[in-house]
Design a binder for this molecule. Structure first.
Ligand code: RRO
Length: 278
C-alpha cells in the first residue's frame, strides 16, 4: 500500500514459490559501480503463508501483480490456480529468468518456456506476464514462444548474470558466487531487449532495468514498452521516485502536446520505418 500510495500504478510482489524458502546465506547483495549485484536466492514465505497475508489487505482495488516461480513446471500452474481465487490479484508474472537459480533454465529454453506458459494458461484466466532473461543469444525468439503459448505480456528484463570478487581474499563476495546485476549499468541492455522483442511480438512489453528517472521511462517507451517496472532505484533512492517520475512524464507530454502516453510506445520503430520507406 505504501508503494501504491507513493504514485506507482501497480505493485509487483517478490517471487513466491510453493513452499517457504530462506534464500541464500549472506552476503546476498553487493554494490557495483552503476547498480547492484544480488543473489537473494528466491527467499519467500511460500504460497500458503503469502495468501494468508494477502487476505489481510482490506483494499482489494490495489492493482497487485503476483510474481511466481516453481520448483517444478507443474508448481507454476498450482500456484497460479490458487492465486486466481483472490480478488486482489490482477495479473500473474512468471519468473523464468532469475539468473543464478534453476528457473533461469526455463527462460533460456524455448521448449521449457512454451511448456510452463501453457501449463499456467490452463490454470488461470488472469493476465499472464512472462519475465525474460537477457542471458540468452536471442531474447525475441523466447518472447515469441511465450506469446504463442498464451502470454498476455512480456516483461523484459530480469538481471544480468554477474560476479564480484574481493581482491584481499580472492573469494567471490556473494555466498552464491553468481548474482544478478541490476541498475543503470543494465539499462542499455534492457532497452536493446525491448527494442528487439517489439519487432517480433504483438502483445505489450513491460520494460525493466535501470530506470531511475522519467527520461529513462521515455526511452523504454520509444523502444517499445507499454509500461515499466522499477526496483533497484527504490533501494538506491526512496519511494518519492514514483511521484518524481510521474511529474516529469506529465511535463514532457504536455510540452510535446501528447494526450496519451500510449503514443510513445514504439516511436523509434515508427521513425526508423518511415526513413526506410523514403
Ligand atoms: O531472489 C533472487 O535472488 C532474484 C530473483 Br527471484 C530474480 O528474479 N532476479 C534476481 O536478480 N534475484
Amino acid at each position: 500500500m505504501r508503494v501504491y500510495n507513493s504514485g506507482a500504478g501497480a505493485v509487483i510482489s517478490k517471487s513466491i514459490g510453493i513452499r517457504p524458502r530462506e534464500g541464500n546465506k549472506n552476503p546476498v547483495v553487493v554494490g557495483a559501480d552503476c547498480g547492484l549485484i544480488n543473489a537473494m536466492g528466491l527467499p519467500n514465505p511460500g504460497i500458503d503463508n503469502f495468501i494468508d497475508e494477502l487476505k489481510q489487505i482490506k483494499n482489494t482495488e490495489l492493482p497487485l501483480i503476483m510474481s511466481i516461480f516453481g520448483d517444478t513446471e507443474d508448481d507454476f500452474g498450482i500456484i497460479a490456480e490458487r492465486l486466481s481465487e483472490l480478488k486482489i490479484v490482477k495479473a500473474i508474472e512468471l519468473n523464468i529468468s532469475c539468473p543464478h537459480s534453476k528457473i533461469s533454465q526455463i527462460g533460456q529454453d524455448p521448449e521449457l518456456t512454451e511448456k510452463v506458459v501453457k501449463i499456467v494458461r490452463k490454470s488461470t484466466n488472469l493476465p499472464i506476464f512472462v519475465k525474460l532473461t537477457p542471458n540468452v543469444t536471442n531474447i525475441s525468439k523466447i518472447a515469441q514462444v511465450a506469446e504463442r503459448a498464451g502470454a498476455d505480456a512480456i516483461t523484459a528484463i530480469n538481471t544480468v548474470k554477474a560476479i564480484a570478487i574481493d581482491i584481499e581474499t580472492g573469494f567471490p563476495i556473494l555466498s552464491n558466487i553468481y548474482g544478478g546485476l541490476s541498475g543503470p549499468a543494465i539499462k542499455p541492455i534492457a532497452i536493446r531487449a525491448v527494442f528487439d522483442i517489439y519487432k517480433k511480438v504483438k502483445i505489450p512489453i513491460i520494460g525493466v532495468g535501470g530506470i531511475f528517472n522519467w527520461k529513462d521511462v521515455i526511452e523504454f517507451f520509444y523502444a517499445g514498452a507499454s509500461a515499466v517496472q522499477i526496483g533497484t532505484a527504490i533501494i538506491k533512492e526512496d519511494l518519492n521516485i514514483f511521484n518524481k517520475i510521474n511529474y516529469g512524464l506529465l511535463r514532457f507530454l504536455e510540452k510535446k502536446n501528447i494526450f496519451n502516453i500510449k503514443e510513445l510506445t514504439g516511436y523509434t520503430h515508427k521513425i526508423l520505418n518511415k526513413n526506410l520507406e523514403m
